[in-house]
Write a protein that binds this ligand. Structure first.
Ligand code: AMP
Length: 201
């Protein structure tokens, strides 16, 4: 199972990615989580990306692509992965294909959300900013910036993966369990279909 989840910030990619990773026994690779742990550890990479992350800007394609390529080369990703937050640009999507070599993705799932609802979610998330455990980039200014970055840089990925026959779009505003069931149904028809550990619930 080699899956990419696409969708704007606040679409619920993390929730679905975590669940899919557990269900398919493959790692959940969230580039946001990887970068946040580098920032926390104050590593060279963490220091390099900290200000961009705080500002809600994308970090450069080469840096993030080399982080992902080394992560994909680790043994636990040999049988698959759920990518959450990568690729975010067409250059990253090309770099991912390079890193995968002869292996192809099983599917690319896009969680679609109406823009109005998205801004409402963004505002709701920003309201809890500042509370214990809130992310440094969870405030309304940076969340809006991340949304704009998504619209500009990441939306073209839909057409990119559609052209490769990999894209599956689903309504990200549906209840979490309904989205999960829709994704499972799709995966049964596209390579995850014969996965021995994927019984119908
Ligand atoms: P996320 O948790 O996926 O929303 O990511 C948080 C932040 O990490 C983003 O706003 C970017 O600054 C950075 N980031 C994560 N993934 C990427 C990526 N694929 N390309 C560029 N920047 C990224």
């Amino acid at each position: 199972m080699r899956l990419v989840l696409l969708g704007p910030p606040g679409a619920g990619k993390g929730t679905q990615a975590k669940r899919l990773a557990e269900r398919h026994h493959v790692p959940h690779l969230s580039t946001g989580d990887i970068l946040r742990s580098e920032v926390k550890a104050s590593s060279e990479l963490g220091r390099q990306v900290d200000s961009k992350m705080r500002a809600g800007e994308l970090i450069d394609d080469d840096t993030i692509s080399s982080v992902v390529a080394s992560r994909l080369a680790q043994p636990d990703a040999a049988h698959g992965f759920i990518l959450d937050g990568y690729p975010r640009t067409i250059r990253q999507a090309n770099a991912l294909e390079g890193a995968l070599g002869s292996q192809s993705l099983t599917a690319v799932v896009e969680l679609m959300i109406d823009e109005g609802e998205l801004f409402a979610r963004v505002e709701a998330r920003a309201r809890v900013a500042g509370s214990a455990g809130a992310r440094a980039d969870d405030n309304s200014v940076t969340l809006r910036k991340r949304l704009v970055a998504f619209i500009k840089e990441s939306q073209p990925l839909s057409a990119f993966y559609e052209g490769r026959g990999l894209l599956f779009k689903t309504d990200g505003s549906a209840p979490v369990e309904e989205i999960a069931a829709t994704i499972d149904d799709h995966l049964r028809t596209c390579g995850g279909a014969n996965h021995p550990r994927l019984p119908k619930l």
